[in-house]
Design a protein around this ligand. Sequence first.
Ligand SMILES: C=CC1=C(C)c2cc3[nH]c(cc4nc(cc5[nH]c(cc1n2)c(C)c5CCC(=O)O)C(CCC(=O)O)=C4C)c(C)c3C=C
Ligand code: FE2
Length: 490
Amino acid sequence: MDAASSSLALSNIKLHGSTNTLNSDKRISSLCSLPKSGVAFSCKSSGNLQVHDRSTGLVVSCSSSNGHRDVIQGLHLSGPIEKKSRLGQACCSVGTFTVGEFAIESQSQAVDDKVGVLLLNLGGPETLDDVQPFLYNLFADPDIIRLPRLFRFLQEPLAKLISTYRAPKSKEGYASIGGGSPLRKITDEQAQALKMALEEKNMSANVYVGMRYWYPFTEEAIQQIKRDGITRLVVLPLYPQYSISTTGSSIRVLQKMFREDAYLSSLPVSIIKSWYQREGYIRSMADLIQAELKNFSNPQEVMIFFSAHGVPVSYVENAGDPYKDEMEECIYLIMQELKARGIGNEHTLAYQSRVGPVQWLKPYTDEVLVELGQKGIKSLLAVPVSFVSEHIETLEEIDMEYKHLALESGIENWGRVPALNCNSTFISDLADAVIEALPSAMALSPHTSSTDADDRDPLRYAIKLLFGSVLAFILLLSPKAFMAFRNNFL
Ligand SMILES: C=CC1=C(C)c2cc3[nH]c(cc4nc(cc5[nH]c(cc1n2)c(C)c5CCC(=O)O)C(CCC(=O)O)=C4C)c(C)c3C=C
Ligand SMILES: [Fe+2]
């Protein structure tokens, strides 16, 4: 943005109130002369107000003497600030807010600012023929099968083997939910709903979907973002809690792409790592639980059973994955919200969907269901909590396998909370999360040219692949390794 458009964005901000301490004209004229890298001014009322135009946007912040800062609509505000309506953001917002005795109106619209929101998700096979290649992509991810560095060359042959052997069982699962994953359709609908929610909050943005293991791949979304000339990007993983295996894996892909591309490496980006603690998300989860409890004849006797997708214990204990802590805090917050509504049901948390010959987070959903049935629990409400759309593990694993197991174990009344999908409170809260994240967007990393020498040398790559296949084959010929593999992956 040049000085002229900078002044255009900022001249739309009107400062009202006593001007003996805040002279808007003076500051706006001084802004125009600042270089295109950014503009800023400050004033003294009872706090220190700063307005920054970092070439593509506006940040208004006010730090008071006690140093306390609040975030309202992405603007860091504190002290004597009282929100009146939508706060101004240079990109597109219109609104009014007061700073002590001053009122500031923003009708700013930086015409050359193009905001993008990238929704990250897992992706799922759309047909039964997609299942094996989808599984290959998943198991080839070093954040899913974490091999010691020395054995990394085994990653691809192992992924080939595991995906081939697991595919028949997975296909049965996908066949039972209609022949494919609903993830793409639901994520596209969420993207559309988010775009509309942002528009209602006066922010115009393109919303993109980037999947980790199936179409549309994250790489495709990034190419589209480049073609569209996006100037600021908010990355929003559709996982409320952070795990190395989900959000971490997708961010790793982005970081690699951003490092290797000149345009991307200078694009201001803001990544929302996890958002399970957001009020709107907690409220929307509590709404779903409250509504579903009403379907039971004795709602207060129902055990609320949170079922989260598991991760291997080593992720948490050795690699420092915050997933378990975030999950437990999330459940605590949902239960607090329910308690505030007078709902004091018993609850429990267990982990589902384990894969592979390692220990996963405990307790396991299937084991707890049997124990609860044996203890005499008669009514149970299952709440899937690690994911915000319906998918194979809600539609098949919970609705079919676990329901069957629970009823067999003595539970008589079974219910399941639907996934949030396009729930309006939830989507509106995601829109707020995007607006709040935008002002902190900054370039991710310096541009470096291509990294891994092996990736550029086809001969070294072929040798690595061949050597890895032979080793994987030998490993699998050992009867013990074979039995562990067969029992856990197939
Ligand atoms: C927060 C959610 C998820 C975590 C954490 C997670 C970790 C994780 N998953 C696997 C292996 C598989 N996951 C599969 C499907 C799948 N996983 C998630 C979410 C999380 N995974 C979702 C939403 C889905 C379903 C996608 C869909 O098609 O609807 C599968 C494939 C299905 C199957 O064969 O069971 C596998 C395999 C591991 C190993 C892991 C952590 C290391
Ligand atoms: Fe998974």
